[in-house]
Design a protein around this ligand. Structure first.
Ligand SMILES: NC(=O)c1ccc[n+]([C@@H]2O[C@H](COP(=O)([O-])OP(=O)(O)OC[C@H]3O[C@@H](n4cnc5c(N)ncnc54)[C@H](OP(=O)(O)O)[C@@H]3O)[C@@H](O)[C@H]2O)c1
Length: 318
């Protein structure tokens, strides 16, 4: 009922907080929610806005479109290459971004809802893109976010786009000795639940690592934009298309919660945002349960091993 009420009745507030002087990175911003969030950041005066995209041509087209609709100067938006299915690409992006004078917002929005089992970097690709590389990028850029907090006496935001569907999976894999190994086993995969499971993993990891960032000056939060029109369902069947026809929000309306999370106060640290507000009570019952806490520790422990293999020492950035 909460889902239907939110979709059909609630309209998140239109973003008005300015981002003047700030450097903002939005991943997956050539289309969908990322592009509409980027349009808001440009309209709200961001001084540097980096569209982190895997398709540079599509990124350049998005830059032109945003410039035309916001009249932001052409020096503000830059299009940088980032492919979350490749650790090398994530590392190259992070190394380039680390040389920026500051990063005020890292909005990790890019994601996929794959319909077929395929591997990327030795793991099922939904997990690689939505979870492993998302946190690899976050951890690689944490030193710059922390340095920005210190040098500019500000509160940089690490904002991760999750979803309410984190509660729409049974996630039996959490009981296996190695969650990621279980998810990589095609013969045991329930692919219907793979995308919701990837969004649940994001939630569990954030809840495990947020306390480690307390006092760092960095605000880490995560959000649910609601069911929105976008290209996310490109691999999905008719069921989702019909559901979206009746229930989905315009992409711009969904993007408002990305922007609200990127400017939310310290009370949002480690918290779930929905409809542009902190709504931590609305995380799923599993996440709030004792099993959910155990699962969060287990997932983080195995994810940190994977991240250490991808980039030795990276978990010390927390
Ligand atoms: N739409 C919804 O109803 C909804 C609801 C809840 C949460 N979300 C979340 O919102 C976020 C944005 O999704 P969306 O709905 O805007 O979908 P979208 O229109 O499909 O946009 C996804 C973006 O992610 C990029 N991306 C995909 N794989 C990538 C990779 N390997 N490396 C770098 N970028 C990659 C896409 O680039 P390409 O264009 O090159 O593929 C695109 O820019 C996702 O995290 C999604 O889980 C969406």
């Amino acid at each position: 009922m909460g889902f239907l009420y939110s979709q059909l009745v609630v309209k998140p507030a239109y973003p008005t907080t300015m981002f003047s002087g700030m450097t903002v990175i939005v991943t997956g911003s050539n289309t969908g929610l990322g592009k509409e969030a980027a349009r808001h950041f440009a309209r709200l005066g961001a001084s540097k806005l980096i569209l982190a995209v895997r398709n540079i041509k599509a990124g350049e087209a998005a830059k032109k479109d945003i410039e035309a609709t916001t009249q932001c100067p052409s020096s503000v938006i830059e299009v940088w290459s980032l492919d979350l299915s490749s650790y090398d690409s994530v590392k190259a992006f992070a190394s380039r971004a680390s040389s920026l004078p500051r990063i005020d917002v890292l909005c990790e929005n890019a994601g996929i809802a794959a319909s077929k089992f395929q591997l990327a970097e030795g793991h099922e690709r939904t997990i690689t893109v939505n979870v492993i590389s998302t946190f690899l990028l976050a951890l690689l850029l944490l030193p710059k976010l922390k340095a920005t907090a210190k040098e500019f006496k500000t509160e940089p935001h690490l904002t991760i786009v999750s979803s309410e569907v984190h509660g729409w999976t049974k996630f039996p894999e959490w009981k296996e000795p190695n969650v990621f190994k279980a998810l990589d086993d095609e013969s045991k995969s329930n692919f219907e639940e793979r995308y919701p499971t990837s969004k649940l993993l994001e939630v569990l990891v954030i809840r495990a690592i947020a306390p480690k960032l307390a006092g760092s000056g960095v605000i880490l939060n995560y959000l649910n934009p609601g069911l929105c029109h976008s290209e996310l369902s490109r691999e999905a069947g008719w069921g989702l298309t019909i559901m979206k026809f009746f229930l989905a929000r315009p992409t711009e309306v969904g993007s408002r919660t990305l922007v609200a999370s990127a400017s939310a106060g310290p009370e949002s640290h480690g918290k779930y945002m929905s409809d542009a507000k902190v709504e931590d009570d609305n995380v799923s019952p599993f996440v709030k349960s004792e099993d959910g806490k155990k699962a969060a520790d287990k997932v983080w422990s195995k994810l940190s091993e994977i991240l250490e293999r991808a980039q030795p020492g990276v978990t010390k950035n927390l």
